[in-house]
Design a protein around this ligand. Structure first.
Ligand code: SF4
Length: 279
């Protein structure tokens, strides 16, 4: 079986910066706490935890030391609370996420009603919404007809959203509102991986996508690949691979989400080769 690997692999630059900052923080400080996992990757989370990175569900549980802000960013009120508590804030928000906040605030200042396309329960989207109070948030094209009336709508989108979903929603908005100004804030890394998913899906029979089960960008890659003709499996590591997925398969694809380390992709590739050889 031939394995075609996506040309974009390993951490995106935002996750790479976050992991580096987290490693530096735990090496030089007594107590560093993050709210939620630093990356959507169980192996990396375990590694950072074993070196001392603590995890809390809310800033209310953190009374001393440093608060580490992961790539997704945090809602404005959480920063405020942390400052009031006297916590040191180590901010590793991805610059692409900060750019979304800035674009949304600019649109708001220009008089647009803000619409964020994304999952309202996702930490990044919660952070973005906190920067533009009163903004709407939708996930599906069907949601457009339920939106209230307005004349000017300004749109930003979750950094890891699917490009296809973004275009569909913007087209529907354009036929409902007098003026729509949409800024495509899907990050370059996400865009590149999605383009690769489409390109590879056309060439392979089976696609393996490696990444945390809670990773939005990994989930979208697997969905895109499946919808473009490749039987697709979203896994977190080599142990989940099953020999029967590759029975009779001549060409398989392999790609990974933005928070998947390169070494993990190499292990998955090695296991795929073993399974193919023993089939
Ligand atoms: S996926 Fe994009 S927005 Fe998210 S951390 Fe990586 S570069 Fe930043």
């Amino acid at each position: 079986m031939q394995i075609k690997k996506a040309s974009v692999q390993g951490f995106c630059f935002g996750v790479a910066i976050t992991v580096k900052k987290a490693e530096e923080a735990i090496a030089s400080r007594e107590q560093v706490t993050t709210l939620g996992h630093v990356v959507h990757n169980p192996q990396m989370v375990e590694s950072l935890a074993s070196r001392g990175l603590q995890n809390a569900a809310s800033v209310d549980e953190v009374d001393s030391g440093s608060l580490f802000v992961r790539a997704h960013g945090l809602p404005v009120d959480v920063y405020d609370k942390a400052q009031k508590k006297g916590l040191e804030i180590i901010d590793a928000t991805c610059p692409m996420v900060t750019k979304i906040h800035v674009q949304a605030q600019k649109l708001k200042a220009d008089g647009y009603k803000i619409l964020v396309i994304g999952d309202p329960t996702h930490p990044e989207v919660k952070g973005t919404l906190s920067h533009v109070p009163g903004a709407w948030c939708i996930q599906k094209v069907e949601d457009v007809e339920k939106l209230p009336r307005s004349s000017r709508v300004g749109v930003v989108v979750q950094s890891t959203w699917s490009g296809v979903g973004f275009t569909e929603i913007v087209q529907a908005l354009a036929s409902k509102y007098y003026e729509v100004r949409a800024v495509n804030t899907i990050c370059t890394d996400t865009h590149n991986r999605q383009s690769e998913a489409l390109r590879l899906a056309a060439d392979v029979e089976v696609m393996v996508v490696v990444g945390g089960k809670t990773s939005a960008n990994t989930k979208h890659l697997a969905e895109l690949s499946e919808s473009h003709g490749a039987r697709s499996y979203h896994i977190e590591g080599p142990d989940e691979l099953q020999a029967d997925w590759f029975a009779g398969v001549k060409v398989a694809g392999l790609m990974s989400g933005a928070s998947t380390p390169g070494w993990l992709v190499d292990r998955v590739e090695a296991r795929m080769e073993e399974l193919a050889a023993s089939a």
